[in-house]
Design a protein around this ligand. Structure first.
Ligand code: FAD
Length: 237
């Protein structure tokens, strides 16, 4: 069951030009599973605002809980940017069933933009626990500058031979990095990037429009049965 805790803001970390991670004290240890999310309440100009966020750290990374947000001009983003170290906040946690701890020997993750956050938590957990699960990730963003956690994933790929990522951009024709694919998250890209796709359980995460498109592509174009397609929708509430 989720519970509400009062805790303190530690610090923020820049991930890209418009994406930041925010860390909060874990009060000696908080039980959550990789891929889950929480609700953060903030006071701003006399109002209480709240949003849901996936944990972007893994349960194996102790001393803090972290989420990673694409910043906008919303009041909520302003409230976050105004947080000072030591500020008190309320958090309801943990929630969600978009969880992977290695229970399927072969899995695949499709991420649209900021939907990479729970996938970062999951891949870090698998790496730190020495899981033998084979994981393929297709990480799709608008441009090469939009990939958060690239260094982290590069390090995980070096440490954990069972994890491999493909980077794909939709809004850039000639990325400097030749390993980055240009295109859309369509059936052909999944077939090329993950030739053994039909053996894998798929996890899909991102903004609602992208998730809808990716889920229907997997079920209709690639004929995957519904039980092999698990998704998390970053709905705006
Ligand atoms: C399970 C789950 C997990 C999620 N995990 C993540 C995550 O890991 N990372 C992440 O970034 N998001 C995540 N989200 C989405 C997140 O909860 C927010 O909806 C999202 O970050 C957008 O919030 P926002 O503050 O930028 O914009 P919102 O507050 O949702 O507003 C949307 C837009 O409306 C405008 N707007 C809203 N209110 C006003 C106002 N009063 N005045 C002027 N303009 C306004 C702003 O310009 C803003 O761009 C998750 C959602 C769910 C359900």
């Amino acid at each position: 069951m989720p519970e509400i805790i009062n805790t303190t803001f530690q610090r923020s970390i820049d991930r890209t030009y418009n994406v930041k991670s925010f860390r909060f004290d874990d009060q000696g240890g908080i039980d959550f599973r990789p891929g889950q999310f929480f609700q953060l309440f903030l006071d701003w100009e006399g109002e209480e605002l709240s949003h849901f966020f996936s944990f972007s750290n893994s349960p194996t990374e102790k001393g803090y809980i972290e989420f990673t947000k694409k910043l906008s001009d919303s009041p909520y983003s302003q409230a976050l940017l105004a947080l000072q170290p030591g500020a008190r906040v309320r958090i309801k946690l943990p929630m969600g069933i978009f969880i992977f701890e290695g229970e399927y020997p072969e899995a695949a993750f499709l991420s649209g933009g900021i939907g990479i956050t729970p996938i970062r938590s999951i891949c870090k957990y698998l790496t730190d626990t020495g899981s033998s699960a084979s994981v393929r990730v297709i990480y799709c963003a608008r441009t090469s500058a939009d990939f958060a956690f690239r260094d982290d994933f590069d390090e995980m790929e070096r440490e954990n031979r069972n994890i491999s990522l493909i980077y794909m951009v939709t809004g850039e024709e000639h990325p400097e990095d030749p390993t980055i694919m240009v295109g859309k998250m369509e059936a052909g890209a999944v077939k090329r990037g993950i030739p053994d796709y039909s053996d894998r359980v798929f996890y899909v995460c991102g903004p609602p429009g992208m998730v809808k498109m990716m889920v229907s592509m997997l079920k209709e174009d690639l004929s995957l049965p519904a039980e092999k397609v698990i998704h998390e929708n970053f709905m705006g509430y």
